[in-house]
Design a binder for this molecule. Sequence first.
Ligand code: MG
Length: 380
Amino acid sequence: MVELAPYAVTETNSRGRKIAEAAPHSRSEFQRDRDRIVHSGAFRRLEYKTQVFVNHEGDLFRTRLTHSIEVAQIARSIARRLHLNEDLAEAISLAHDLGHTPFGHAGQDALNACMKAYGGFEHNLQSLRVVDLLEERYAAFDGLNLCFETREGILKHCSADNAAQLGELGERFLHNHRPSLEAQIANLADEIAYNNHDVDDGLRSGLITLDQLATVPLAATHLKEVRDAYPDLPERRVVHETVRSMINTLVSDLIQQSERNIAAQNPATIEDVRSAAAMIAFSPEMNERQRALKSFLHTHLYRHYRVLRMSVKAQRIISDLFGIFMADSRLLPPQFQPPAGQAEQDRARAVADYIAGMTDRYAIREHRRIFAVEEMPVSF
Ligand code: MG
């Protein structure tokens, strides 16, 4: 096993779990966190939650589950190379999207709009809520009782108002401190993964074309290399080769720039990491190229009329469900029904928890069960 850098998170310098537990026998504390995440109900539901394309549109598109696995793979490679805690980077990556609503960003925006009067909805905070509270699997505690560093990594960003209510975990947002390098890695591995797989899925769906992609500098370089080396390669393989080499280039650049940043800042401990500027970063040139790719995807994929049509439908489903459950909570399944006299604010949060936990298809079915007249039983 590679020896960890002195500024890596370890079991020794970890701030531990909220509720103390006996040390695991055959694995590290962070492996235990990862295992708890993989065994959670929220993790299994990621399989049927959208990234960009609604799950039933095609079997080859990414879902939040395959996305999370890709993020974990990229994060682990980078963490190992930088002598950081690979298990922690993996645990954060696998958990980072647990709080995502159905229907990707459209779903998150719709639920946030519904929750405006009740403190809003943010998928990042919801991921934390899932691991801290909503998973009901253990006898001794609610949630998964994960280590501080795993929770710190899950909470990528958060408003000052929310941070003030989060105790120890919120402090870094109030003091402008950074999380561990492992958390910084998971964050950028997320970006590398989704930009590249959205290119791949976008091309597969036909919503973007290779010719359009050739206008993006990062893609153009790799596309040209592939076409020059293999002039007769079928298009699908050209796409794979291009995406593969874009990921490699981004990962290599990130490792090299981060090594330079770490050498320059020379942290001795994890506390040095927390009080210094972010050290895991792309080079300025690659940052520029990565941003251009992102903005290309915004214009040509996320705002494609066919994606927008799906988003509008998704938003209608979410806001219809939220509206009806707030208007009449008797329609909720028993385990989600509010106790008598519960404050409206808490009722709204419980409804948001229920909706956020839904998979795409569950939300569609639930909407149909409540709103579709043709679903009305003709006899009981
Ligand atoms: Mg993600």
